[in-house]
Design a binder for this molecule. Structure first.
Ligand code: GRF
Length: 199
């Protein structure tokens, strides 16, 4: 069974959506460990409650390269095959990315390449787009940039606020993160230039 290492910094709803799919038997993987750079992340507490291996690895005051070495070591210790970023609020160093080639995924709450970085839903709302969405992508050395696995479009309604839009996007995030993982774990795929070719 493919061993996932979930890395998060906060709420952990994407982690929980993946954990639910695994529990229901619809995603053939297991969560080997959940690691948070923030000791007080609710996602880490949720992992503990579910009886999963949960590691607090505080990043405060630790140099990026050094931190990423510790993170890679902790993931290796738990025999992780795939790294699943789920609301991890730090950029990974090139050294870390080389440790897990084509095995690091992220979810971002916009239709990339639009609205990278923080508060993407708010950025999209302020820009006035009529279609927002979310993206599951491989992680490379640039922020919110690697090859795209799946995207979902979400309409922006006239009476939306940034919060209601973010909520609608989040529902799609929960759906497509597991779907993307399922595709990559069970079907042939390859990356051609920056296109993820499935099947
Ligand atoms: C999500 O919006 C995700 O797209 C972004 O960070 C947020 C994490 O939410 N990368 P959660 O911790 O999974 O609830």
């Amino acid at each position: 069974m493919t061993r996932l290492g979930v890395v998060l910094s906060g709420r952990g709803s994407n982690f929980l959506a993946i954990a639910d799919q695994i529990q229901q038997g619809t995603l053939p993987a297991e969560i080997a460990v959940v690691i948070s750079n923030r000791p007080d992340a609710p996602g880490l507490a949720a992992a503990r409650e579910r009886g999963l291996a949960a590691v607090s690895l505080p990043s405060k005051g630790v140099d990026r390269e050094e931190y990423d070495r510790q993170l890679a070591a902790a993931l290796r210790e738990h025999g992780v095959d795939w790294v699943v970023l789920a609301g991890y609020m730090r950029i990974l160093s090139a050294g870390f990315i080389r440790e897990f080639p084509q095995r690091i995924l992220n979810i971002h709450p916009s239709l990339l390449p639009a609205f990278t970085g923080l508060d993407a839903q708010h950025q999209a709302f302020d820009y006035g787009v009529k279609i927002a969405g979310c993206t599951v992508h491989f992680v490379d050395e640039e922020l919110d940039h690697g090859p795209i696995v799946l995207q979902a479009a979400v309409p922006v309604e006239g009476d939306d606020t940034p919060a209601t839009l973010a909520e609608r996007i989040l529902r799609e995030e929960h759906r497509i993160y597991s779907e993307a993982l399922g595709l990559l774990l069970t079907k042939p795929w390859r990356i051609v230039n920056r296109r993820v070719v499935l099947g």
